[in-house]
Design a protein around this ligand. Structure first.
Ligand SMILES: [Zn+2]
Length: 304
């Protein structure tokens, strides 16, 4: 996948590879939807590519696979024996997962000699898992690479952080994200600039036919204080509880506007506090009375 805002980072990676300064453990930090996984996957494929040295020889090259060699065809088919990807959905990454990774690393490579492991959302490691991973990090080998991604680096133990080469993955220019989204026919939504730092998140919404729902949530947020009928809003959140975050983000942006327009800072803080409580209750309380929670929030915001 070619994501134009990652180009600079890919150039830097190629540069350190050329200079033989490439660290065996890479940590990519950045918001959800910036492309950390796409970057990791491409890097893994490049490290396994048999033509990696030629690929990175030119001064401005990026660290990318040739797409032609045997390793690259195996990666295209998703069957490369020297690549392992750990992705968990929701639950944590346990010590058994890390032991399986160490075993994988310790066995000899099937192809050109390198082996690569990608661990997505590595902040989901349990403490025992992180400790097990430390062993792998402390015994680097020339031909073994570990690529970690996280959107919450603060949750990682310092011992892990200090043993990785850390790269902040971000959208370097909003224009690049805007143009990229336009090329996917995503434009003209008033809320779109809020997500220029997470273009892949927006693309995912498009693929899941969510853009209309997000737009509806935005309209609800802008009219929230005047509105008294929340049924449609409650319906959307009930069906897709994860969208409550987006709705509170929109409300929070509204409050920032009101602050600029003269709302007192005290009232602003109280309103933001009510918002974060609303979000917390939604994610933590099972069987929350959502219609009641929404009207209560509207009542608080209306009186600020
Ligand atoms: Zn190749």
């Amino acid at each position: 996948m070619s994501l134009p805002w990652l180009y600079e980072t890919q150039q830097h990676l190629a540069q350190s590879f050329r200079g033989q300064r490439f660290h065996h453990a890479q940590l990519f930090c950045g918001p959800v939807g910036v492309g950390k996984f796409a970057l990791s996957d491409e890097l893994a494929n490049a490290l396994l590519c048999q033509n990696i040295t030629q690929q990175t020889a030119a001064p401005n090259s990026i660290l990318a696979p040739c797409g032609q060699c045997k390793s690259c065809s195996l990666n295209l088919a998703g069957t490369h024996p020297d690549k392992r990807i750990t992705q968990v959905d929701g639950q944590s990454i346990g010590v058994d997962d890390i032991r399986a990774i160490s075993d994988f690393m310790n066995h000899s490579a099937a192809q050109n000699g390198n082996k690569v492991v990608v661990i997505e959302n590595c902040e989901k490691m349990t403490m025992a898992a992180a400790n097990a991973l430390l062993k792998t990090l402390e015994e680097p080998s020339n031909s073994r690479f570990l690529i970690l991604t996280t959107s919450q680096p603060a949750q990682l133990p310092a011992t892990i952080l200090s043993r990785c080469a850390k790269t902040d993955v971000k959208v370097t220019s909003t224009q690049l994200a805007q143009q990229w989204l336009e090329s996917l026919q995503i434009q003209n939504y008033p809320w779109l600039p809020l997500f220029y730092s997470q273009p892949l998140q927006v693309k995912q919404w498009q693929e899941q036919n969510q853009l209309q729902n997000i737009d509806t949530l935005y309209k609800f947020a802008t009219e929230f204080k005047q509105s008294h009928n929340f049924k449609a809003l409650v319906d959307i959140i009930n069906k897709q509880p994860e969208l409550v975050r987006i709705f509170t983000l929109f409300l929070s942006e509204q409050l920032k506007q009101q602050l600029l327009q003269g709302m007192s800072f005290e009232a602003y803080q109280e309103a933001q506090q009510a918002l974060s409580e609303f979000l917390q209750n939604n994610t933590k309380i099972l069987g929350l009375n959502l219609p009641l929670a929404v009207s209560r929030l509207a009542y608080i915001l209306r009186n600020k």
